[in-house]
Design a protein. Structure first.
Lengths: 115, 117
């Protein structure tokens, strides 16, 4: 069955430091992949998505993610974290057996930013 | 740019009461999805609609029903509320177009936070 795993439940980084949030998926074919961010008390905002083509995708707010088929991963990165990046981050894939592309989310990673 | 609108943003109900959540998709989007996010959980798909017809169904309790109207807005009706229904309810919308289902990008609203006492 399709699944998405975010191995890190909670990550703390210092402001200005680099960030990498991990996401692993389970499916044989090339999946479509999304990263969403949820700020406290807010909705889900799309950061970036991968459908095909260049495996390094750029998103909003200075984020990027790299699709690595050999590792079944789609890790989210940012070279320099800002305090406003503190939020919960979700990796998601559409369920391929669905005729609507309903999303399957990972468990989420909570990012804390130290001053 | 216009986003998905959900109302109300917060709702407090007692057990066994009913609640109606509303969702207004991004203009020209024809597909609406509902998700439920319990405390500390990831969002779980409930139900979706395309062109006023139910297109997919997830783990939605029988106590819940939903529909999409001719103006594409959707309502999630929840009856006989239970304490466990306390959650953040998200609506998302997408444009079907010619894309395959997996290629449709879903844009989420801010959510309705439901508290059942």
């Amino acid at each position: 069955a399709q699944s998405v795993t975010q191995p890190d439940i909670h990550i703390t980084v210092s402001e200005g430091a680099s960030l990498e949030l991990r996401c692993n998926y389970s499916y044989g074919a090339t999946p479509y992949l999304f990263w969403y961010v949820q700020s406290p008390g807010q909705g889900l905002q799309l950061l970036l998505k991968y459908f095909s083509g260049d495996t390094l995708v750029q998103g909003i707010k200075g984020f990027e993610a790299e699709f690595k088929r050999s590792q079944s991963s789609f890790n989210l990165r940012k070279p320099s974290v800002h305090w406003s990046d503190a939020a919960e981050y979700f990796c998601a894939v559409p369920r391929l057996s669905s005729n609507t592309g309903k999303l399957i989310f990972g468990q989420g990673t909570t990012l804390q930013v130290k001053p | 740019a216009a986003g998905v609108i959900q109302s109300p943003r917060h709702l407090i109900k007692e057990k066994r009461e009913t609640a109606t959540l509303k969702c207004y998709p991004i203009p020209r989007h024809d597909t609406v999805y509902w998700y439920q996010q319990g405390p500390g959980q990831d969002p779980q798909f409930l139900i979706s609609f395309y062109e006023k017809m139910q297109s997919d169904k997830g783990s939605i309790p029988d106590r819940f029903s939903a529909q999409q109207f001719s103006d594409y807005h959707s309502e999630l009706n929840m009856s006989s509320l239970e304490l466990g229904d306390s959650a953040l309810y998200f609506c998302a919308s997408s444009l079907r177009g010619r894309d395959r289902p997996s290629e449709r990008t879903q844009y989420f609203g801010p959510g309705t936070r439901l508290l059942v006492l």
